[in-house]
Design a protein around this ligand. Structure first.
Ligand SMILES: [Fe+2]
Ligand SMILES: [Fe+2]
Length: 167
């Protein structure tokens, strides 16, 4: 771990922001699959999105949000409840293509909400975190990230994941 100079905070926020960007791209992929009438394709994107959002949400809820909850209790509670809603609708595609004919519409509504959720985090939560969290709190963010990041052996597309971590 480097001496605290703010780089750790920037690194963590950049990663969360990059994941948001990936999710927004996937929201577009869902829309394209729906436009083709490809429910299997929608479900496949939903599963990919859940893989990104699992660790992402854990970092937010277990380390980034708690230091902000006293000051912004309603905002944090709302973001957490939105996480549960998104997880639930994505989770319906976890094992198989959902048979419920209302699922694509419910997914689209949830993804509209997720876009707003992402904006709220990037315009509100992330700047607030950068101005309020201290060294120990950023170390806690990184510790959660390290704990929830899949083992590199499970992610052959990112073989150098471990070597990129700060010593
Ligand atoms: Fe979130
Ligand atoms: Fe987020």
């Amino acid at each position: 771990m480097c001496q605290y100079c703010g780089c750790q905070a920037i690194t963590e926020i950049e990663r969360l922001t990059r994941e948001h960007d990936d999710v927004v791209t996937m929201i577009g992929d869902v829309r394209a699959a729906r436009d083709r009438g490809d429910v299997a394709g929608v479900a496949a994107v939903a599963r990919r999105m859940a893989l990104v959002l699992g660790p992402h949400t854990a970092v937010e809820e277990q380390a980034l949000f708690p230091p902000l909850a006293d000051e912004f209790p309603d905002h944090v509670a709302n973001l957490v409840s939105e996480h549960r809603l998104i997880e639930a609708v994505l989770g319906e595609a976890g094992e198989r293509i959902p048979a419920d004919p209302t699922w694509p519409d419910r997914l689209s509504a949830a993804l509209d909400m997720l876009r707003e959720h992402i904006l709220a985090e990037q315009d509100g939560v992330f700047p607030a975190a950068l101005s309020r969290l201290g060294t120990d709190e950023w170390e806690a963010v990184q510790a959660v990230r390290d704990r929830v990041t899949p083992d590199p052996g499970d992610r052959p597309d990112e073989p150098d994941r471990v070597s990129r971590r700060p010593a």
